[in-house]
Design a protein around this ligand. Sequence first.
Ligand SMILES: Cc1cc2nc3c(=O)[nH]c(=O)nc-3n(C[C@H](O)[C@H](O)[C@H](O)COP(=O)(O)OP(=O)(O)OC[C@H]3O[C@@H](n4cnc5c(N)ncnc54)[C@H](O)[C@@H]3O)c2cc1C
Length: 369
Amino acid sequence: MKPVQDRHELLVSFVRDRIEPFVETWEAGGHYPPELYREAGEQGILAMGDPHWREDPASVVTAPSATRLSYIRSLNRAGSQAIAVALSAHLISLKILLEGAPDLFRLTAADILSGHQVINIALTEPGGGSNLNEVTTFAERGPNGRYLVSGNKAFVCHAQRASWLIVTARHGSPEAQEIGLFLVALGSCAKIKPLRPIGWQALPIGDVHMQETEAYPIALPGKPARRLLQSGLAAERLNLAALAVQSSVLALEQAVAFARERDIAGTPLLKRQAIAHRLADMKREICVSAAFLEQVASSSDKPDPIFLAMAKNTASQCFEAAARNAAQIAGGQGCLDDNLLARLYRDSRITPVGGGSEEMMLEIIASSL
Ligand SMILES: Cc1cc2nc3c(=O)[nH]c(=O)nc-3n(C[C@H](O)[C@H](O)[C@H](O)COP(=O)(O)OP(=O)(O)OC[C@H]3O[C@@H](n4cnc5c(N)ncnc54)[C@H](O)[C@@H]3O)c2cc1C
């Protein structure tokens, strides 16, 4: 088995050589090249460097949360949340499949981890993403025990490239009470409308319209589907918090480097107490946010949803503040559009919304009062 150190070095060199130099071009173009995904699969990156993934793909998905956290933070060293999401979102979908429908996991895992197929979750609907009960997509029984899914999903990452989507759908008709989880084989029966959010610009994102699109059942409507959904959302919140923590670190590094170099009336900007204290406060907040996230991630294989909600809000608020502070310290340079500071500033709008908004995290925390 490859030592952990080798796996880490593989990831570090992939990020340094294959991602970092190209991020700005991909952001400006609105998407990263599909070959990157395949290359990441071939090199074992999509399997988080696990050398045994071909014989035992489940081992990738059952790896401790702390391993996933470290993987995502390493990916995001390139300063592109878009690429970090592109190369990690499949882990959430595969976790749902392994826990809910092992046969579907076996059907898809090898093609996904090798970079030949893309999978993502599509829960948000145009009518609202915060309330996951507001689902109008529905699934009807089709031939061969499969289902036919019809409806609309919004803001789907990788929509333009996905072979598979995990969707919530009502069973039988749009009015049916219970919601189930289905694995949709995206093909010619789905239409995609590309979107351009202010952040994550290198990641293709779109709205998806499905009309009798073929699907496999993952979890039947009712409790099994809800339990699986919560498990997937917990994993997603951890991923997003890890992204936010790493982006905050990058914002601090950028701000310190600028303040050290920038000369103001013969002294470096870093020597001004107002700036040094602002940076010190950023560092304090980032350390607290990172430590709390690590504690939540390593506390259990199934971290407490209330602590996860706290970790997500803490990390994303820390990132928003860090991105703003770093841009402010860089003065006019922080107002230019084609650099890491600008990207961090744009991306900092996404983590408080995606995977359950700040307000919904507060609802979860409030439920424990
Ligand atoms: C870049 C990006 C990528 C995304 N990728 C995906 C993806 O791959 N798959 C996917 O399924 N979704 C994805 N999303 C969607 C995301 O999860 C939703 O945008 C999010 O859950 C919020 O849903 P909404 O946009 O419908 O806002 P709404 O639910 O309409 O909420 C609007 C506002 O009202 C607040 N609000 C709602 N309910 C309450 C309440 N009860 N109390 C107080 N305030 C409330 C919300 O917090 C928010 O501020 C993505 C979003 C973005 C921006």
